[in-house]
Design a protein around this ligand. Structure first.
Ligand SMILES: C[S@@+](CC[C@H](N)C(=O)[O-])C[C@H]1O[C@@H](n2cnc3c(N)ncnc32)[C@H](O)[C@@H]1O
Length: 321
């Protein structure tokens, strides 16, 4: 997967005037921060930080959001008619770009963002979008830890932002986002043990608030993973030429591990089972660890079971099984 070409070109244009050395250093500082288990204060207030985010992190978070949205649509096919989006912690507009690629009826986007430099970069990038919904997005200055106003929207999202809030603020925000959800709420975070633990708390709180859990879990009961284990999906994203240039010698792609939750107002079609680890394919068999409504199952699918084997050969970490 790649970020859309108009976005790549717009990022390139937005970088004119920045020294490559300054961007590369800002990018390294970002990577160091995102590798930490508890990133602490992650404010991206400077213009260089916002630009470095667009080069070094936006492709990966874009890929994670596209991946999570694809899983959401499997459970909620009618979400494809969503016309309105409310995105919290929009950064440079990553979620809006990702949704605009997939949701043909999207016509109105409202983006909440605290940092003026980030919002102005996002607004600049949005002008290059082929979709009117992106060009005409409403960028609203808002601190998500304080009260804010917005209309109810079909799809409400928060990607890579809940991890930056304290526990209480995170729960309050998630419930507030749910109040603004017309159809589905999509939360995406990095695929780390810390994010998984926090997602479990959100899962509980939203189920108690009456939400249906559409993905990734095949059930709404207690998470069957043992203490210390965590689940995540993986999305491979091509690195842009600029990314490779600034990150000397880097691979042509990156695998973004992400954790996500999708809640809905209407009953979803959840997966019967979800693949927890990268399946192992040997001659004539596929071995996989699955999460099911009956708990964790280690399964071996052999070629003799032709139909199931054909499906199992396409299983990936995070896919339905
Ligand atoms: C890691 S970036 C994620 C951006 C985008 N959602 C993405 O997935 O690429 C987090 C964004 O959330 C914003 N943010 C963090 N805390 C916030 C708060 N309390 N209120 C509003 N925005 C906040 C940051 O300024 C930053 O732009």
């Amino acid at each position: 997967m790649q970020i859309p070409m108009p976005l790549q070109e717009a990022v390139l244009r937005a970088l004119e005037g920045y020294s490559p050395a300054v961007l590369a250093a800002a990018g390294q500082a970002l990577s160091r921060r995102y590798r930490q288990e508890d990133p602490g204060d992650m404010r991206l207030a400077g213009a260089e930080e916002a630009a470095a985010y667009a080069v070094f992190r936006m492709p990966a978070t874009y890929g994670a959001v596209r991946g999570a949205l694809a899983y959401a649509l499997e459970a909620l096919p009618e979400l494809s008619t969503a016309a309105t989006l409310l995105d919290a912690g929009a950064g440079p507009g990553t979620v809006m770009w990702a949704l605009a690629e997939v949701l043909p009826a999207l016509e109105r986007c409202i983006l909440l963002e605290r940092e003026p430099r980030m919002a102005s970069l996002g607004q600049k990038l949005a002008q290059a979008a082929p979709r009117a919904a992106v060009q005409t997005a409403h960028w609203q200055a808002a601190d998500l830890s304080a009260p804010w106003e917005a209309p109810v929207c079909d799809i409400v999202t928060a990607a890579y932002v809940l991890g930056e809030l304290e526990d209480e603020a995170m729960l309050t925000l998630a419930l507030r986002l749910w109040e603004h959800t017309g159809h589905a709420l999509l939360l995406v975070e990095p695929g780390t043990p810390r994010a998984h633990g926090r997602m479990l708390r959100l899962r509980q709180a939203l189920l108690e608030a009456g939400a249906y859990l559409a993905a990734p879990c095949p059930h709404s009961g207690a998470c069957p993973l043992p203490e210390g284990d965590w689940c995540h999906a993986v999305q491979r994203i091509d690195r842009t030429g600029l990314h490779r240039l600034l990150k000397d010698g880097a691979l042509g792609y990156e695998d973004e591990k992400f954790t996500y939750l999708v809640f809905s107002r209407t009953p979803p079609c959840p997966a019967a089972a979800r693949v927890l680890r990268r399946p192992v394919q040997r001659k004539g068999v596929v071995q996989a660890r699955l999460c099911t409504a009956q708990g964790i199952r280690e399964v071996t699918v052999s070629r003799r079971d032709r139909e199931r084997y054909r499906e199992a050969r396409d299983w990936t970490q995070g896919s339905r099984a």
